[in-house]
Design a protein around this ligand. Structure first.
Ligand code: 13P
Ligand code: SF4
Length: 304
């Protein structure tokens, strides 16, 4: 292991590279990263780094976002097939048709979307600033929220705004059921239930807190409960344990694993640095249009 880490350190120096990893990455990838975080934190980090190369340990839309925010950098995704099924649940053409049905509506796309969909949107958001983005909109114009119907419904509940939902969803978070939470609560009645807003409505309803992965980390720092039931992708538990090792973290279900996030390995990170592959490039015209929505996303910070 040390040999591989030494190799990565050397390659990083040669390439002037930085390694960014999402909180759902395998533990060993989180441990070797220069910065680990949620989608908003990683986007901000990618937009301000002075490295020449960004190795993005996550999924394609995250690397694409980094490439749009830092078009002069080399952005690498160590596994080219690491995609996000939710991001592919709406195309730019489908969004254009939706916009035609609701002229004058404001389009907010979740960052879990393609560059082409971002280019058709007015605002982009992550799960940590979705409420803040909606609250920044004055007036009462209708909002079209794509592609996640669960995050969109959560934002509609919290802001009271008129939001048209697109029927997209996260294939990993919908595996977490209300029964899973009830069972875990029965076994650990003192535990605080932290769920991601990508979870379904029945799960959201019986949760104590609805938080992005970054917000979960902040929450355990402040809350100091003994036990947490965690309803999101299991990779976050590695980060939670590092942050607050004295508490116990119970995954709502062992099924909550995102297979795409788990495609990144140490070998692939080394290969990415050696061969500068898979390079993620967004065409200049799409990138410039998507950038407007993304700049708004990184400017509007969550209030908590
Ligand atoms: P956050 O880390 O922003 O909460 O995102 C969750 C997610 O599903 C990313 O794919
Ligand atoms: Fe996409 Fe869900 Fe995996 Fe996140 S956890 S990358 S939303 S499939």
């Amino acid at each position: 292991m040390d040999r591989f880490l030494e190799k990565i350190r050397r390659l990083k120096k040669e390439r002037n590279a930085v390694i960014l990893a999402h909180n759902y990455q395998p533990g060993e990838i989180q441990d070797l990263a220069d910065f680990c975080g949620d989608s908003l934190g990683l986007s901000i980090e990618a937009s301000k780094t002075d490295a020449d190369v960004i190795v993005f340990c996550g999924v394609r839309f995250m690397a694409e976002t980094a490439a749009i925010l830092s078009p002069d950098k080399i952005v690498l995704l160590p596994e080219k097939t690491a995609g996000c099924p939710m991001a592919d649940m709406i195309t730019a053409e489908q969004l254009r048709q939706l916009k035609a049905k609701f002229p004058g509506a404001i389009v907010i796309c979740y960052v879990n979307s393609t560059a082409e969909v971002k280019a058709e949107s007015d605002y982009c958001c992550t799960s940590s600033n979705a409420i803040a983005v909606v609250n920044s909109l004055t007036g009462d114009k209708k909002i079209l929220f794509v592609p996640d119907r669960n995050l969109g419904a959560f934002v509609a509940e919290r802001t009271g705004r008129d939001i048209e939902l697109w029927p997209g969803y996260c294939t990993t978070h919908v595996c977490i059921t209300e029964d899973d939470i009830r069972r875990a609560k029965q076994k650990y009645p003192d535990a605080v239930v932290m769920s991601h807003p990508e979870c379904t409505e029945p799960v959201r309803k019986i949760s104590d807190e609805l938080l992005s992965t970054g917000q979960m980390l902040k929450f355990v720092r402040k809350r100091s409960a003994k036990r947490y039931i965690v309803a999101t992708e299991k990779g976050i538990i590695h980060a939670l344990k590092k942050e607050n090792p004295d508490a116990e973290y119970i995954p709502a279900t062992e099924r909550a694993i995102c297979p795409n996030m788990k495609k990144i390995t140490i070998d692939k990170v080394i290969r990415a640095l050696e061969e500068l592959k898979e390079r993620i490039v967004v065409d200049a015209e799409t990138g410039a249009r998507a950038r407007k929505a993304l700049d708004r996303m990184v400017e509007i910070l969550p209030t908590d």
